[in-house]
Design a protein around this ligand. Sequence first.
Ligand code: AMP
Length: 176
Amino acid sequence: MTTSSPDWAKLIRDVADFPRPGILFKDITPLLADGHDFTAAVEAMAQPWRGAGLQAVLGIESRGFILGAALAHVLGVGFVPLRKPGKLPGRLLTQDYELEYGSDRIEVHADAVPPGARVLLVDDVLATGGTLLAALSLARQLQAVVAGAAVLVELPGLGGRGRWPAAVPLVATLDY
Ligand code: AMP
C-alpha cells in the first residue's frame, strides 16, 4: 500500500490462498461493514467523477454492484448491472473474456442506456484487467461514451493497466 493511504484502507483485509492457492484476495467486507469508513471510501471513489457529466454507472457483478450502486447514488446518476450469464431477463448484449483458468461472460440489457450516454465502469479490484476490458466492450456494444473506469483497488503487479486503452481514464483509489 502507498504511504499516503487513507485510514479506511486498513479495513481491506488480505486473505492468502483464496479462492485458490497463490492468490492474495483483497476482502472488502470489513470496509463495507463500517458505516463511517465505507462512506469515506465511496466519497474518495466518487470525487474524480463529479462534474464528469455522467448519466449512468455500469457496475460489474458482484462487488462492482455494491460500490457502483453507492457511487451512482452519491453522483445522482443511474445504475446498470453488468451480470453473470443467465440473470437478466431482457434482450442481451454479451461479452466473453479469458480468465487465468478458463473463460467467463458478462451480459447487459441491450436497452440499458441510450446510445451516446456517458457512463462510468466500476469494479472493486483491477488485477489482470480482463474483467474491466470485457465491461468496456459491453459499454461499446451499448454505444455508450465511456467517460472512464473506477476501481477501489489496483494490483499493479498484475498488469491490468498495461492492457487498458490509454485514452480512457482509469482511476484506482488505492494501489498495492
Ligand atoms: P481481473 O479480470 O484479473 O482484473 O480480475 C478482476 C476481477 O476479479 C474483479 O471483479 C475482482 O473482484 C476479482 N479479483 C481478481 N483478483 C482479486 C483479488 N486479488 N482480490 C479480490 N478480488 C479479485
